[in-house]
Each structure stands twice: as C-alpha cells, then as structure tokens.
Design a protein around this ligand. Structure first.
Ligand code: FE2
Ligand code: FE2
Ligand code: FE2
Length: 323
C-alpha cells in the first residue's frame, strides 16, 4: 500500500526519537561506567544535548499530530540498557564505551541526514532545519570522542592491568576479528536489501575488503602466537550493535541499512584506532601498519556510504510506494 511522504516523515521522526531514547539510556549510565573523569565529562555534556534532541524531535512529531512510538522507544531503551551491561562486563569497559559511542553518534548523524532529506522532499522546512542542527551536534560529539581514543585506551589498560600488554594486544586483535565477522554478516545482507544497484555494489565491494581485513587480523594474531582456535565462535563478542532487532523494527530497509552500515564502519574505525594505540605501546610496528592500512579502507568505505545517502532515501521511499 502506498504511503504518503508525510507518513514517511513521521516514521523517520519516530525512528529518530527512539534513537535518542537509546542514547539517553546509554549516556545516563556511561559517566559512572567509564574509568576517566574527562571521558565522563564528555558523556555528561552530551547527555544535556541529547535531552534537548529528544524534546526537539518530539515537538516536530507533535507538529505533525503524531507521537513517539512507544514500542520503538521501549525496544531501544532496552537495547541501551543491554549495551551498558555488556560494556561493564568487559575488562576494557572504557575502550568499549568510547568505541560504541563513537559508532552510535554516527548512527544518529546518518539518521538525521536521512530525516533532513525526507523533510525536504515533504516540504517541511522546520523539520529539515531541526535535523540539520541536531546532526551538527552529533558530529561534534563524535569529534570529541575521536580526540579521546588515547585516553580511552589508557583507561582500559588501567582497568585490565598494564603488565600483560602483549596479551592485551592479542585480545584487541581477537575483538577486531569478531567485529569483522559481524561486518561480513551485515554486508552479506547488503545486496539483497539495498534497494539500489549502486548501493548494492558498494556493499559487495566492501564485503570483499572485509574478508581481507579479517584474514589480515587472523594472520597477525597467528604470527604473534595468539590463540586463533576460538576465533570462529566469538562473532558476537563485539556485541555492541544489535542490528537483528534493529532491522525487524524498521521496514524501509535501504535507508536503515545505509545508516547502520555507516555506524558499523565507525565501530570498526574506533576498534582499529584503539588497537593501533595498544600496538604502539608494545612497539609492534607490523600491527600498527596493518591497523593503519585497514583504517584507510574503513574510512574510505564510510565516506562512500555517506555519499550514497541520497540514493538510499530515494530507494527507501520507492520501497514504501512514495512516488
Ligand atoms: Fe542526539
Ligand atoms: Fe548523540
Ligand atoms: Fe568495514
């Protein structure tokens, strides 16, 4: 059944609202969970901004005689609480929190990029302006986190005890392997769900690169004498982004997929930025070089996805029958 563009716009607003609900849940818990006062402050600052985002998005929904979706908000709040539990259970809580938050800010950034485009197509200048304003704050938060990777790694190494740095590096490599396994699962869905041949090609291209990343990481771990036997069972160790549930909630998959893939690239970027710093501390130049080369590939992939947001909006509007 064909939807109107106005109906789509309120769905995008409700999605943005549920994303902010999850952000609130995470940001309320993060300051106490993180092992560094300056990192805690970064999270607290963005909590205040996020409370404002939630209000602004709710106001736009009310403008359209609509409400936040109680179900979506609830599911996302549960997801946020689950993630905090996951991070706290990890030995390197601070690093996991910062990496995930960096990724999450890019999920928000992408969601507002898409929302702005849908609002523009619907002739709703007020929503477009709000989306742009929030998007810019998400980007600034992402930048603050990006400037904090060193701090996050230091806090993590304090948390696990610094005396076994070589073993720690092997754990970072095993985590990178697990994240690549999740990336492969996600990208394998890409071509079918993309709704657009150009986007489909993008996912396929990066799937090939991702398999190569995973091979390189496994090789490094093997060369370093790390344990590679359990690697295949640890796909969910990354645990951070529960994309299975995310897709069930969101029928217009091309838009959601591109936003999610974009966020996932930033989870990988944060992971390799942290791994690179641990490798530097033990002067493992080969692992540093590997991380830098994979980082260049992840950043290029993220950039291409960013460039495809217009296509993704067109495809997802086509999927729901909006002309
Ligand atoms: Fe936000
Ligand atoms: Fe945010
Ligand atoms: Fe990637």
């Amino acid at each position: 059944m064909a939807d109107t563009i106005q109906e789509q716009l309120t769905k995008y607003l409700a999605d943005a609202h549920s994303i902010e609900e999850q952000a609130l849940q995470q940001l309320r818990g993060a300051p106490d969970a993180v092992g560094d006062p300056q990192l805690a402050e970064i999270f607290r600052t963005h909590l205040v901004e996020t409370e404002e985002h939630e209000r602004l998005v709710r106001a736009r929904l009310e403008e359209h005689d609509s409400d936040p979706s109680r179900l979506k908000d609830l599911l996302m709040r549960v997801g946020g609480a689950g993630f905090l539990l996951f991070a706290k259970a990890q030995p390197d809580t601070s690093g996991k929190l910062v990496a995930h938050a960096f990724s999450y800010e890019h999920l928000e950034l992408a969601a507002y990029e898409l929302l702005r485009r849908v609002a523009e197509r619907a002739g709703d200048a007020g929503t477009a302006e709000t989306a742009q304003k929030i998007r810019d704050q998400e980007e600034q938060m992402a930048k603050r986190l990006e400037d904090s990777f060193e701090r996050a790694v230091d806090a993590s190494l304090r948390e696990v005890g610094r005396d076994d740095l070589h073993e720690q590096l092997n754990k970072y490599l095993a985590d990178a392997h697990a994240i690549e396994a999740q990336a492969i699962q996600l990208l394998e869905k890409g071509p079918d769900l993309s709704g657009d041949p150009e986007l489909g090609r993008l996912y396929e291209e990066h799937l090939e690169e991702t398999r190569e990343h995973q091979r390189l990481v496994e090789q490094r771990l093997d060369t370093r004498g790390g344990d590679t036997t359990g690697l295949k069972d640890t796909a969910m160790r990354a645990g951070a982004l529960n994309w299975g549930m995310f897709f069930q909630m969101h029928p217009d998959t091309s838009g959601k997929l591109v936003a999610f893939a974009y966020a996932f690239e930033h989870l990988e970027i944060a992971g390799y930025e942290e791994l690179k710093r641990v490798a530097r501390k033990v002067r493992d130049e080969e692992t540093v070089a590997m991380a830098e080369s994979i980082l260049a590939s992840e950043r290029a992939a993220a950039q291409k996805l960013y460039g495809a947001f217009d296509r993704a909006v067109d495809a997802s509007l086509r999927e729901v029958g909006v002309a």
